[in-house]
Design a protein around this ligand. Structure first.
Ligand code: SF4
Ligand code: SF4
Length: 184
């Protein structure tokens, strides 16, 4: 049997009720006009200190990589590709061998973290940075060398104020300055 539609009428509040509600809205507006509770991030004068578990940019620790290709195979967007380079062969001194390492294309990466999760040697890891700036598309394709460098927030590098958001029972969500040495 189809459900019966029940129409609920909006309760009448009368003229005085409407005036009272509008007045309370005005009072609330005035309260925040004189005591603003703004928490807009004033980037790039400020930047957010992200949690250390934040899934930001991905970095390669080449020394831990065994070239298994799992990261490139699992990548859903084709952002991670393997490259082959010649390296000294420890078993045959003076000779070279071919080694495989991953590189990343930030035009394609969606920061899903699958490559980090699947890496058997923890050679890939996230850093809590998400506001790296590129001036051209070519720079977004990292080679083996740049893939090993941990990026720095350009705002942080320029001396912006570090902030974080915390919940205050009285004021709700508020922005506070992160003191030097304070961990999030
Ligand atoms: S985070 Fe996801 S999209 Fe980016 S390289 Fe790793 S697997 Fe590919
Ligand atoms: S999954 Fe890890 S060990 Fe394997 S190729 Fe990728 S970075 Fe190297």
């Amino acid at each position: 049997m189809p459900a019966k539609f029940v129409h609920k009428k909006t309760p009448k509040i009368g003229v005085l009720g409407a005036i009272s509600r509008n007045a309370s809205a005005l009072v609330l507006g005035l309260k925040y006009f004189f005591e603003p509770n703004r928490f807009t991030l004033m980037y790039p004068r400020e930047y957010i200190v992200l949690d250390k578990r934040y899934r930001g940019f991905i970095v390669l620790n080449k020394n831990k990589c065994i070239g298994c290709e799992s990261c490139a195979r699992v990548c859903p967007t084709g952002a991670m590709k393997m490259i082959k380079i010649e390296v000294p062969d420890p078993k045959n001194p003076g000779k070279k061998k071919i080694a495989k390492y991953p590189t990343i294309n930030h035009q394609r990466c969606v920061y899903c973290g699958f490559c980090v999760d699947i890496c058997p040697t923890e050679a890939l890891y996230h850093v809590p940075v998400h506001d790296v700036v590129y001036f051209n598309l070519a720079d977004m394709i990292q080679d083996l060398e740049s893939f090993q460098k941990e990026p720095v927030s350009p705002a942080a590098a320029e001396g912006a104020i570090p902030v974080k958001y915390v919940f205050d029972p009285e004021r709700g969500l508020v922005k506070v300055r992160v003191k030097e040495g304070e961990k999030k």
